[in-house]
Design a binder for this molecule. Structure first.
Ligand code: SAH
Ligand code: SF4
Ligand code: F3S
Length: 484
């Protein structure tokens, strides 16, 4: 794989991510502690797990606080301005902590997309940082730590060599915490070639690269062996994944999902994030036919205005997206659709914004993420004329979110009275309560024994709460056990 370097200048925020519960699993032989803070998307959540795996064999156990750590890793996100700025304010706090340390040393690593985009700036603005590692070069952290231990100074690693990274990660996979989670992420595709004019990802993550089937299968089997029941396949354009299958044909994501569905122990498969342009017939058919594929699809559209979609370089019209959703629903009628939206892209006027509202009404979303356009240095969108003022962006975002929220609530209410299979993932806030996910990725809580964590249990949905569903286990306690 050729090494690419793409240059960009500046920052973001995540928020499409499920928040990651930090697990601290003390290793008796671990002499040191690492605290990993994750910002941004699910791919960063996955990378943080792998960073923990890389560090475990060299003696680092995870800890939940920076105060307690010998090494702090900030795994950063550059997508919107606020997230990147957050990194610098966190670094300010860490500097004070590091300076106040009398008893032992503390090292700081900045990984992720801000490291990739602003490596040199981080070194200049925050001399407290010891290591700067991009999303395709963090596997070199143990080597850098060893080098630094011999006092060879600060290190900056921002190569794009995805194959070398995954090869290196394979050796330590599963070495650290996370083993107890019944749901896990698995990155199958990296990078992006789409170059939407608002977006930093093609610069921070590099070109589109698909992992090989054998490597993905091996990781999925390792997850199943650890008790994982649900795997979410990750990629910035996950449905652009393509690779040669064991039969010698070129497979798309549909074939890959069907193949992974044959693994015993893996009962649920999800994938995110899909791009409308890469939603091929094979994948739509798999969604309709493969029962282990969950009926939930995150398919961002960003805008309902053709003029704005063109200026964003999304590569499709609004109508094509609506027709695509119809085809997906024809194949899998109960599919819950989720989307991302940006308001206030340069040149967007009220007519364009109304077209977005119209599209949202036509599609009807079960969940969504919506953002004010953030001007990202180095992207074409940042330099466009007719930037929309902040007040108009805030006003449009509020109006869009009223509509999207009403749709989310309506979707949740439509599941009240249904009996849904729920994969219980962890204890809830109240005594005796567990929290899990429905097939539609809704959070569901119910009173249930802690022994049911990791089980898929039929739950009768009785009510909606602001952010979840409340349910009751069916009297006969029906559930599909994990294999012994
Ligand atoms: N690959 C995915 C999106 C990844 S970024 C896709 O194409 O759909 C996640 C979301 O962040 C995007 O869908 C978009 O809604 C939002 N986003 C990206 N860049 C942004 C920017 N400059 N300003 C505001 N939101 C942005
Ligand atoms: Fe960004 Fe567009 Fe690529 Fe998504 S498809 S990561 S929005 S450039
Ligand atoms: Fe952020 Fe990088 Fe993910 S910019 S959204 S962490 S790919």
């Amino acid at each position: 794989m050729a090494k690419h370097r793409r240059e960009l200048l500046n920052t973001l925020s995540p928020s499409t991510a499920r928040s990651e519960g930090m697990i601290s699993r003390d290793r008796p032989d671990a002499a040191k502690k690492v605290h990993i803070k994750t910002y941004g998307c699910q791919m960063n959540v996955y990378d943080s797990r792998r960073i923990a795996d890389l560090l475990a064999p060299i003696g680092y156990a995870e800890t939940e606080t920076a105060e307690d750590a010998d090494l702090v890793v900030l795994n950063t996100c550059h997508i919107r301005e606020k997230a990147a700025e957050k990194v610098y304010s966190d670094l300010g706090r860490l500097r004070l902590l590091k300076e106040a340390r009398a008893d032992r040393e503390m090292s700081i690593a900045v990984a992720g997309c801000v490291a990739q985009a602003e490596g040199a700036e981080i070194s200049a603005r925050a001399p407290v940082v010891d290591y700067v590692l991009g999303p395709q070069s963090y596997h070199r952290l143990p080597e850098l730590i060893a080098r630094n231990a011999r006092r060879q100074g600060r290190a900056l690693e921002t190569d794009f060599d995805v194959d070398a990274k995954f090869d290196a990660l394979a050796d330590s996979f599963g070495a650290a915490a996370g083993a107890d989670d019944p749901a896990a992420f698995l990155t199958i595709q990296e990078g992006c070639d789409k170059f939407c004019t608002f977006c930093v990802v093609p610069y921070t993550r590099g070109a589109e690269v698909s992992r090989q089937v054998a490597a993905i299968e091996c990781e999925a089997r390792a997850l199943a062996a650890r008790g994982v029941r649900e795997v979410t396949l990750l990629g910035q354009n996950v449905n652009a994944w393509r690779a040669e299958g064991p039969d010698g044909d070129i497979w798309g994501l549909g074939e890959l999902c069907r193949h992974l569905a044959t693994i015993d122990g893996i009962d649920r498969i999800r994938f995110t994030t899909s791009h409308p342009r890469d939603m091929d017939d094979g994948l739509i058919a798999a969604l309709g036919e493969e029962p282990k594929l969950m009926p939930y699809l995150h398919l961002p559209v960003q805008s309902g205005s053709d003029r704005i979609l063109k200026a964003m370089n999304r590569g499709h019209a609004a109508e094509a997206y609506v027709r695509l959703i119809e085809r997906i629903r024809a194949a899998r009628p109960d599919v819950a659709i989720s989307g991302d939206f940006i308001v206030g892209f340069p040149g967007e006027d009220e007519t364009d914004f109304n077209a977005t509202l119209e599209l949202v009404r036509e599609v009807s979303y079960a969940s969504s993420f919506s953002f004010k356009f953030s001007r990202r240095p180095g992207t074409p969108g940042a330099a466009l004329p007719r930037q929309v003022d902040e007040a108009a962006k805030a006003d449009r975002l509020a109006r869009l979110q009223v509509l999207l929220e009403a749709q989310r609530v309506a979707f949740n209410e439509s599941t009240v009275g249904e009996s849904l299979p729920v994969l219980f993932e962890k204890a809830g806030r109240n005594e005796g309560q567990l929290i899990g996910r429905s097939p539609y990725l809704q959070s569901v809580h119910a009173h249930a024994s802690a022994q049911l964590i990791g089980e898929i249990v039929t739950v009768r949905i009785e009510a909606t709460t602001p952010n979840a569903l409340a349910g009751r286990l069916l009297d006969d306690g029906q559930h599909e056990s994990k294999p012994a």
